[in-house]
Design a protein around this ligand. Structure first.
Ligand code: PLP
Length: 359
Protein backbone atom coordinates (compact mmCIF):
# COMPACT_ATOMS: atom_id res chain seq x y z
CA UNK A 1 0.00 0.00 0.00
CA UNK A 2 3.00 2.32 0.14
CA UNK A 3 3.04 4.88 -2.64
CA UNK A 4 5.90 6.65 -4.34
CA UNK A 5 6.68 9.79 -2.34
CA UNK A 6 8.50 12.69 -4.00
CA UNK A 7 8.25 15.02 -1.00
CA UNK A 8 11.09 17.54 -0.55
CA UNK A 9 11.13 17.01 3.19
CA UNK A 10 10.30 15.40 5.45
CA UNK A 11 11.06 12.94 2.70
CA UNK A 12 10.64 9.24 2.00
CA UNK A 13 12.67 6.91 4.21
CA UNK A 14 13.97 3.55 2.99
CA UNK A 15 11.24 0.97 3.41
CA UNK A 16 13.71 -1.48 4.95
CA UNK A 17 14.49 1.09 7.64
CA UNK A 18 10.83 1.62 8.49
CA UNK A 19 10.27 -2.13 8.64
CA UNK A 20 13.18 -2.59 10.99
CA UNK A 21 11.95 0.25 13.20
CA UNK A 22 8.49 -1.33 13.24
CA UNK A 23 9.92 -4.71 14.22
CA UNK A 24 11.81 -3.09 17.08
CA UNK A 25 9.25 -0.58 18.26
CA UNK A 26 7.84 -2.48 21.23
CA UNK A 27 10.88 -4.45 22.19
CA UNK A 28 14.32 -3.30 21.08
CA UNK A 29 16.63 -6.31 20.85
CA UNK A 30 14.95 -8.18 23.69
CA UNK A 31 15.32 -5.37 26.26
CA UNK A 32 11.54 -5.08 26.65
CA UNK A 33 11.24 -1.42 25.73
CA UNK A 34 11.42 0.81 22.69
CA UNK A 35 14.33 3.10 21.85
CA UNK A 36 11.96 6.03 22.43
CA UNK A 37 11.64 5.02 26.07
CA UNK A 38 15.33 4.56 26.89
CA UNK A 39 17.51 6.92 28.87
CA UNK A 40 19.90 8.65 26.54
CA UNK A 41 22.60 7.81 29.07
CA UNK A 42 21.86 4.07 29.08
CA UNK A 43 24.46 1.70 27.68
CA UNK A 44 21.90 0.65 25.07
CA UNK A 45 21.30 4.12 23.70
CA UNK A 46 24.93 5.20 23.93
CA UNK A 47 25.73 2.11 21.84
CA UNK A 48 23.11 3.07 19.24
CA UNK A 49 24.43 6.65 19.11
CA UNK A 50 28.07 5.62 18.80
CA UNK A 51 27.31 3.11 16.05
CA UNK A 52 25.39 5.77 14.11
CA UNK A 53 28.34 8.14 14.31
CA UNK A 54 30.82 5.43 13.36
CA UNK A 55 28.75 4.44 10.32
CA UNK A 56 28.36 8.04 9.22
CA UNK A 57 32.10 8.62 9.60
CA UNK A 58 32.78 5.55 7.51
CA UNK A 59 30.31 6.54 4.78
CA UNK A 60 31.67 10.08 4.44
CA UNK A 61 35.26 9.15 5.36
CA UNK A 62 35.22 11.91 7.97
CA UNK A 63 38.84 12.70 8.98
CA UNK A 64 39.78 12.24 12.66
CA UNK A 65 40.22 15.99 13.23
CA UNK A 66 36.52 16.61 12.64
CA UNK A 67 33.74 16.34 15.22
CA UNK A 68 30.34 14.97 14.27
CA UNK A 69 27.57 16.69 16.23
CA UNK A 70 23.95 15.62 16.51
CA UNK A 71 22.03 18.83 17.17
CA UNK A 72 18.46 20.14 16.95
CA UNK A 73 16.80 23.24 15.55
CA UNK A 74 17.00 22.32 11.87
CA UNK A 75 19.28 23.80 9.26
CA UNK A 76 17.53 27.15 9.83
CA UNK A 77 19.09 27.39 13.30
CA UNK A 78 22.50 26.88 11.72
CA UNK A 79 21.99 30.11 9.75
CA UNK A 80 22.55 31.85 13.13
CA UNK A 81 24.77 29.29 14.83
CA UNK A 82 27.44 29.50 12.13
CA UNK A 83 28.15 33.25 12.55
CA UNK A 84 27.76 32.95 16.33
CA UNK A 85 30.24 30.09 16.55
CA UNK A 86 32.73 31.19 13.91
CA UNK A 87 32.59 34.98 14.20
CA UNK A 88 34.24 35.53 17.58
CA UNK A 89 37.47 36.78 16.07
CA UNK A 90 35.72 39.41 13.99
CA UNK A 91 35.81 39.52 10.22
CA UNK A 92 33.08 39.30 7.65
CA UNK A 93 30.79 36.42 6.84
CA UNK A 94 31.10 35.72 3.11
CA UNK A 95 28.34 34.02 1.17
CA UNK A 96 27.62 32.63 -2.26
CA UNK A 97 24.08 33.38 -3.37
CA UNK A 98 22.24 31.17 -5.82
CA UNK A 99 18.87 30.45 -4.30
CA UNK A 100 16.27 30.83 -1.60
CA UNK A 101 17.98 28.88 1.19
CA UNK A 102 21.26 30.68 0.69
CA UNK A 103 19.37 33.97 0.87
CA UNK A 104 17.83 32.97 4.18
CA UNK A 105 21.28 32.11 5.50
CA UNK A 106 22.55 35.54 4.42
CA UNK A 107 19.62 37.40 5.97
CA UNK A 108 20.08 35.62 9.28
CA UNK A 109 23.87 35.98 9.15
CA UNK A 110 23.51 39.76 8.78
CA UNK A 111 22.10 39.89 12.29
CA UNK A 112 25.35 38.63 13.80
CA UNK A 113 28.23 39.68 11.54
CA UNK A 114 28.99 42.06 8.71
CA UNK A 115 28.34 40.12 5.50
CA UNK A 116 29.67 40.14 1.97
CA UNK A 117 28.26 38.38 -1.10
CA UNK A 118 31.36 36.83 -2.64
CA UNK A 119 29.47 35.75 -5.78
CA UNK A 120 25.87 35.63 -6.90
CA UNK A 121 24.06 34.17 -9.87
CA UNK A 122 21.04 36.43 -9.39
CA UNK A 123 21.85 38.38 -12.56
CA UNK A 124 21.46 35.17 -14.57
CA UNK A 125 18.08 34.42 -12.99
CA UNK A 126 19.44 31.85 -10.50
CA UNK A 127 19.60 29.36 -13.35
CA UNK A 128 23.15 28.34 -12.50
CA UNK A 129 25.53 28.39 -9.53
CA UNK A 130 28.36 30.95 -9.34
CA UNK A 131 31.58 29.84 -11.03
CA UNK A 132 34.83 29.54 -9.10
CA UNK A 133 36.26 32.39 -11.22
CA UNK A 134 33.50 34.72 -9.98
CA UNK A 135 34.20 34.27 -6.26
CA UNK A 136 35.71 37.37 -4.68
CA UNK A 137 36.15 37.18 -0.93
CA UNK A 138 36.32 40.29 1.21
CA UNK A 139 39.77 40.99 2.67
CA UNK A 140 38.67 40.08 6.20
CA UNK A 141 36.56 37.00 5.38
CA UNK A 142 35.95 34.82 8.45
CA UNK A 143 34.50 32.06 6.29
CA UNK A 144 32.67 31.40 3.04
CA UNK A 145 29.16 29.91 3.27
CA UNK A 146 27.29 28.28 0.41
CA UNK A 147 24.39 25.92 -0.21
CA UNK A 148 25.59 22.92 -2.19
CA UNK A 149 22.08 22.05 -3.37
CA UNK A 150 19.26 24.59 -3.56
CA UNK A 151 16.26 22.42 -2.79
CA UNK A 152 13.64 24.80 -4.19
CA UNK A 153 15.40 26.01 -7.34
CA UNK A 154 16.91 22.61 -8.13
CA UNK A 155 20.52 23.79 -8.56
CA UNK A 156 23.52 21.88 -7.33
CA UNK A 157 27.22 22.74 -7.26
CA UNK A 158 29.30 20.51 -9.51
CA UNK A 159 32.47 21.61 -7.72
CA UNK A 160 33.71 22.49 -4.24
CA UNK A 161 34.76 26.16 -4.04
CA UNK A 162 38.47 26.55 -3.53
CA UNK A 163 39.13 29.34 -1.00
CA UNK A 164 41.75 30.16 1.62
CA UNK A 165 39.20 30.63 4.45
CA UNK A 166 37.07 27.98 6.18
CA UNK A 167 34.39 26.72 3.82
CA UNK A 168 30.95 26.29 5.40
CA UNK A 169 28.28 24.37 3.55
CA UNK A 170 24.54 23.84 3.99
CA UNK A 171 24.24 20.30 2.63
CA UNK A 172 20.70 19.71 3.86
CA UNK A 173 19.42 18.33 0.60
CA UNK A 174 22.38 16.55 -0.93
CA UNK A 175 24.47 15.16 1.90
CA UNK A 176 25.11 11.42 1.50
CA UNK A 177 23.93 11.48 -2.13
CA UNK A 178 27.48 11.06 -3.38
CA UNK A 179 31.00 10.64 -1.91
CA UNK A 180 32.46 13.78 -0.38
CA UNK A 181 35.91 15.12 0.45
CA UNK A 182 35.13 16.41 3.95
CA UNK A 183 38.68 17.70 4.35
CA UNK A 184 37.87 20.57 1.96
CA UNK A 185 35.40 22.01 4.47
CA UNK A 186 35.58 23.80 7.79
CA UNK A 187 32.00 22.98 8.61
CA UNK A 188 29.13 21.09 7.04
CA UNK A 189 25.56 21.07 8.33
CA UNK A 190 22.33 19.44 7.27
CA UNK A 191 18.79 19.10 8.52
CA UNK A 192 18.09 15.38 8.72
CA UNK A 193 14.71 15.15 7.04
CA UNK A 194 15.90 14.46 3.48
CA UNK A 195 18.81 12.03 3.16
CA UNK A 196 19.56 11.33 6.83
CA UNK A 197 16.43 10.42 8.74
CA UNK A 198 13.35 11.97 10.30
CA UNK A 199 12.97 15.67 11.12
CA UNK A 200 14.25 16.76 14.52
CA UNK A 201 17.93 16.04 14.13
CA UNK A 202 20.52 18.38 12.62
CA UNK A 203 23.90 17.07 11.65
CA UNK A 204 27.03 19.21 12.00
CA UNK A 205 30.52 18.13 10.95
CA UNK A 206 33.09 20.64 12.14
CA UNK A 207 36.87 20.82 12.04
CA UNK A 208 38.43 20.82 15.53
CA UNK A 209 40.24 24.13 15.18
CA UNK A 210 36.96 25.99 14.60
CA UNK A 211 35.57 25.06 18.01
CA UNK A 212 37.18 28.00 19.81
CA UNK A 213 36.09 30.85 17.54
CA UNK A 214 32.73 31.62 19.15
CA UNK A 215 31.37 35.07 19.86
CA UNK A 216 31.04 36.04 23.54
CA UNK A 217 27.65 35.46 25.21
CA UNK A 218 27.00 32.25 23.31
CA UNK A 219 23.93 30.43 24.58
CA UNK A 220 25.27 27.12 25.91
CA UNK A 221 22.94 25.11 23.72
CA UNK A 222 23.95 26.95 20.53
CA UNK A 223 27.65 26.31 21.04
CA UNK A 224 29.29 23.64 18.90
CA UNK A 225 31.84 23.23 21.69
CA UNK A 226 29.12 22.23 24.14
CA UNK A 227 28.07 19.45 21.79
CA UNK A 228 31.64 18.44 20.95
CA UNK A 229 32.65 18.24 24.62
CA UNK A 230 29.59 16.22 25.62
CA UNK A 231 29.19 13.70 22.81
CA UNK A 232 26.07 15.66 21.70
CA UNK A 233 24.46 14.72 25.03
CA UNK A 234 24.75 17.90 27.10
CA UNK A 235 20.98 17.72 27.32
CA UNK A 236 18.47 15.14 26.09
CA UNK A 237 19.05 14.59 22.36
CA UNK A 238 16.29 13.60 19.90
CA UNK A 239 16.95 9.94 20.62
CA UNK A 240 14.48 8.32 18.27
CA UNK A 241 15.51 10.49 15.31
CA UNK A 242 19.14 9.63 16.08
CA UNK A 243 18.32 5.90 16.19
CA UNK A 244 16.40 6.05 12.89
CA UNK A 245 19.23 8.00 11.26
CA UNK A 246 21.55 5.23 12.41
CA UNK A 247 19.33 2.70 10.66
CA UNK A 248 19.54 4.82 7.47
CA UNK A 249 23.37 4.88 7.69
CA UNK A 250 23.36 1.12 8.17
CA UNK A 251 21.07 0.74 5.14
CA UNK A 252 23.37 2.93 3.03
CA UNK A 253 26.40 0.94 4.05
CA UNK A 254 25.09 -2.57 3.99
CA UNK A 255 22.12 -2.64 1.60
CA UNK A 256 23.03 0.05 -0.93
CA UNK A 257 26.74 -0.71 -0.69
CA UNK A 258 28.13 2.74 0.11
CA UNK A 259 28.13 6.19 -1.41
CA UNK A 260 29.80 5.32 -4.72
CA UNK A 261 26.97 2.94 -5.42
CA UNK A 262 24.38 5.44 -4.14
CA UNK A 263 25.78 8.14 -6.42
CA UNK A 264 25.59 5.83 -9.43
CA UNK A 265 21.90 5.11 -8.74
CA UNK A 266 21.15 8.79 -8.07
CA UNK A 267 22.80 9.89 -11.30
CA UNK A 268 20.84 7.32 -13.28
CA UNK A 269 17.54 8.39 -11.70
CA UNK A 270 18.18 12.08 -12.37
CA UNK A 271 19.47 11.58 -15.90
CA UNK A 272 16.40 9.72 -17.07
CA UNK A 273 14.03 12.22 -15.48
CA UNK A 274 15.81 15.22 -17.05
CA UNK A 275 15.90 13.36 -20.37
CA UNK A 276 12.11 13.00 -20.19
CA UNK A 277 11.70 16.72 -19.43
CA UNK A 278 14.10 17.80 -22.17
CA UNK A 279 12.71 15.34 -24.68
CA UNK A 280 9.10 16.53 -24.43
CA UNK A 281 7.97 20.06 -25.36
CA UNK A 282 5.23 19.79 -22.78
CA UNK A 283 7.79 19.95 -19.91
CA UNK A 284 10.63 22.33 -19.10
CA UNK A 285 13.37 22.91 -16.54
CA UNK A 286 15.24 26.24 -16.53
CA UNK A 287 18.54 25.22 -14.92
CA UNK A 288 21.83 25.03 -16.85
CA UNK A 289 22.35 21.26 -17.38
CA UNK A 290 25.74 21.28 -15.67
CA UNK A 291 24.21 22.70 -12.47
CA UNK A 292 21.01 20.69 -12.32
CA UNK A 293 20.32 19.01 -9.02
CA UNK A 294 20.37 15.24 -8.88
CA UNK A 295 18.12 15.39 -5.80
CA UNK A 296 15.39 17.96 -6.57
CA UNK A 297 14.02 18.17 -10.09
CA UNK A 298 11.67 21.12 -10.64
CA UNK A 299 9.72 21.27 -13.87
CA UNK A 300 6.85 23.17 -15.45
CA UNK A 301 4.03 22.11 -17.73
CA UNK A 302 3.67 24.07 -20.98
CA UNK A 303 0.10 24.83 -19.94
CA UNK A 304 0.02 25.83 -16.26
CA UNK A 305 -3.77 25.58 -16.22
CA UNK A 306 -3.24 21.81 -16.25
CA UNK A 307 -1.12 21.83 -13.06
CA UNK A 308 -4.00 20.87 -10.80
CA UNK A 309 -5.12 18.05 -13.06
CA UNK A 310 -1.54 16.79 -13.32
CA UNK A 311 -1.23 16.63 -9.54
CA UNK A 312 -4.64 14.99 -9.10
CA UNK A 313 -3.94 12.31 -11.67
CA UNK A 314 -0.42 11.75 -10.34
CA UNK A 315 -1.80 11.18 -6.87
CA UNK A 316 -4.40 8.79 -8.24
CA UNK A 317 -1.52 6.91 -9.91
CA UNK A 318 0.25 6.60 -6.55
CA UNK A 319 2.77 9.42 -7.11
CA UNK A 320 2.65 11.76 -4.12
CA UNK A 321 3.90 15.27 -3.36
CA UNK A 322 4.88 16.51 -6.81
CA UNK A 323 3.78 20.14 -6.32
CA UNK A 324 6.61 22.68 -6.50
CA UNK A 325 7.52 24.76 -3.46
CA UNK A 326 4.73 27.18 -2.55
CA UNK A 327 6.98 30.16 -3.37
CA UNK A 328 7.61 29.12 -6.98
CA UNK A 329 4.74 26.84 -8.07
CA UNK A 330 5.07 24.35 -10.90
CA UNK A 331 6.20 20.81 -10.11
CA UNK A 332 9.12 19.33 -8.26
CA UNK A 333 10.15 15.71 -7.93
CA UNK A 334 12.51 15.19 -5.02
CA UNK A 335 14.38 11.99 -5.71
CA UNK A 336 16.50 11.55 -2.62
CA UNK A 337 18.44 8.39 -1.76
CA UNK A 338 15.39 6.55 -0.41
CA UNK A 339 13.26 7.17 -3.51
CA UNK A 340 13.68 3.97 -5.50
CA UNK A 341 14.50 3.95 -9.18
CA UNK A 342 11.11 2.28 -9.74
CA UNK A 343 9.48 5.48 -8.46
CA UNK A 344 11.30 7.54 -11.08
CA UNK A 345 10.35 5.01 -13.78
CA UNK A 346 6.70 5.24 -12.72
CA UNK A 347 6.85 9.04 -12.77
CA UNK A 348 8.38 9.05 -16.25
CA UNK A 349 5.67 6.75 -17.53
CA UNK A 350 2.99 8.94 -15.98
CA UNK A 351 4.50 12.16 -17.39
CA UNK A 352 4.79 10.67 -20.86
CA UNK A 353 1.16 9.50 -20.81
CA UNK A 354 -0.08 12.81 -19.39
CA UNK A 355 1.69 14.83 -22.08
CA UNK A 356 0.34 12.54 -24.79
CA UNK A 357 -3.24 12.77 -23.54
CA UNK A 358 -3.37 16.41 -22.48
CA UNK A 359 -0.45 18.24 -24.02
N1 PLP B 1 18.61 24.54 3.77
C1 PLP B 1 18.17 23.79 2.76
C2 PLP B 1 19.06 23.57 1.58
C3 PLP B 1 16.91 23.22 2.83
O1 PLP B 1 16.46 22.46 1.81
C4 PLP B 1 16.10 23.43 3.96
C5 PLP B 1 14.75 22.83 4.07
O2 PLP B 1 14.18 22.31 3.17
C6 PLP B 1 16.60 24.23 4.99
C7 PLP B 1 17.86 24.76 4.87
C8 PLP B 1 15.80 24.49 6.23
O3 PLP B 1 15.82 23.34 6.98
P1 PLP B 1 15.05 23.17 8.35
O4 PLP B 1 13.61 23.07 8.03
O5 PLP B 1 15.65 21.90 8.89
O6 PLP B 1 15.35 24.34 9.20
Amino acid sequence: SRKFNFCAGPAALPEAVLQRARDEILDWQGRGLSVMEMSHRSDEFVGIAEQAEADLRELLKVPANYKVLFMQGGASSQFAMVPLNLGGKGGTANYLYNGIWGKKAIEEGQRYLPTHIAASSEATGLSRVPFQSEIQLSADAAYLHYTSNETIGGLEFDYIPDVAVPLVCDMSSDILSTPLDVSRFGLIYAGAQKNIGPAGLTLVIVRDDLLDQAQAQMPTMFSYKTFADNGSMYNTPPTYAWYLSGLVFDWLKNEVGGLDKMAEINRRKAQKLYATIDGNDFYSNPIEPQHRSIMNVPFRLADASLDKLFLQQAEAAGLLNLAGHRSVGGMRASIYNAVPEAAVDALIEFMTDFARNRG
